[in-house]
Design a protein around this ligand. Structure first.
Ligand code: CP
Length: 301
């Protein structure tokens, strides 16, 4: 189904069903695009900002809850599953303990204790709905003249604080699985990603070399995986500027947003016709709608 051409074609699919959108961390695009996608499918979508409005949740098995946590996920999740047919959850990593974050402890607890489908709205290590929108966006701008496969570069960008590796992990995983591009990752030393997400991919610490002949440049900050959650060097010279784009093949510029202007990307790049960040964010609706439709279809099997 081409939801972009006909957003309301499957309004009956979700009729009488409810989606809960639980946010333990802030969001604009994911929250609104998923809410719109659910409503396009006829579902009622209810947003619950857990971190602001809910009880403070405990995730440790056997915890003696005499501190700041008020409700265990074991008690909360089954209740949510009685209220909702599908639950979406956003939960960021703590960036303190790599093993805990990479075990996806928080979202897995919800999956364990909810007996309805749980959708990741970005978890500790991945952001799948973003990546699906990213691949849709790249395919929207194909074909690239004279090339069977476009050159796609994911380039690390500076930031003012350590961010999760989720968007970069997922983008690598999805673009490799898609297989439709010649893909390169560029980052400064110390910012290598988890090998499970980047198998067989070109990786370089030379941004200029990576950008040469690029058709798509995806700009994103992430903190260190090896020195977990740290920023070994905040290489401000990695900001993407117009001058750096001269060697590209008139590349389209991507970023998942929100973006720190003139830190990650210069104004002149973001405000140019090369930037497709708005189209990328718009595609979040169609990515979410495709996934929710698939779940609704399977649920009734
Ligand atoms: N790209 C993205 O996930 O944006 P939000 O954090 O605003 O949801």
């Amino acid at each position: 189904m081409d939801f972009r051409a006909n957003p309301f074609a499957e309004q009956t699919l979700g009729k009488g069903k409810r989606m809960g959108l639980l946010f333990l961390n802030p969001s604009m695009r994911t929250r609104l695009s998923t809410q719109i996608a659910a409503q396009n499918l006829g579902m009622e979508a209810i947003v619950f900002n857990v971190s602001q409005d809910g009880w403070s949740l405990e995730f440790e098995d056997g915890a003696i809850m005499n501190g700041i946590t008020v409700e265990h996920v074991k008690d909360a999740a089954p209740v949510l599953a009685r209220y909702f047919d599908i639950i979406g959850i956003r939960t960021f990593p703590f960036l303190k303990n790599r093993e805990e974050d990479y075990n996806e402890h928080v979202i897995n607890q919800f999956i364990k204790y909810c007996d309805v489908p749980v959708v990741s709205l970005e978890s500790a290590t991945v952001h799948p709905l973003q990546s699906l929108a990213d691949i849709i966006t790249i395919t929207d701008y194909l074909p690239v003249k004279d090339k069977p496969k476009p050159k796609v570069v994911l380039t690390w960008a500076p930031h003012v604080k350590p961010l999760p590796q989720c968007v970069a992990n997922s983008f690598c995983e999805w673009i490799i699985a898609w297989g439709g591009s010649d893909f390169t990752i560029a980052h400064p030393a110390g910012y290598g990603l988890d090998g499970r997400f980047i198998s067989g991919t070109n990786v370089t610490n030379d941004q200029a070399q990576a950008l040469k002949d690029a058709d798509f440049v995806y700009v994103k900050n992430w903190s260190s995986y090896d020195d977990y959650g740290k920023m070994p060097e905040n290489e401000s010279n990695w900001m993407l500027t117009r001058a750096k784009l001269a060697s590209t093949n008139d590349a389209k510029i991507m970023h998942c947003l929100p973006v720190r202007r003139n830190v990650e990307l210069s104004d002149e790049v973001l405000d140019s016709s090369s930037s497709i960040v708005t189209q990328q964010a718009a595609n979040r609706v169609w990515a979410a709608q495709a996934v929710l439709a698939q779940i609704l279809n399977n649920k009734d099997d």
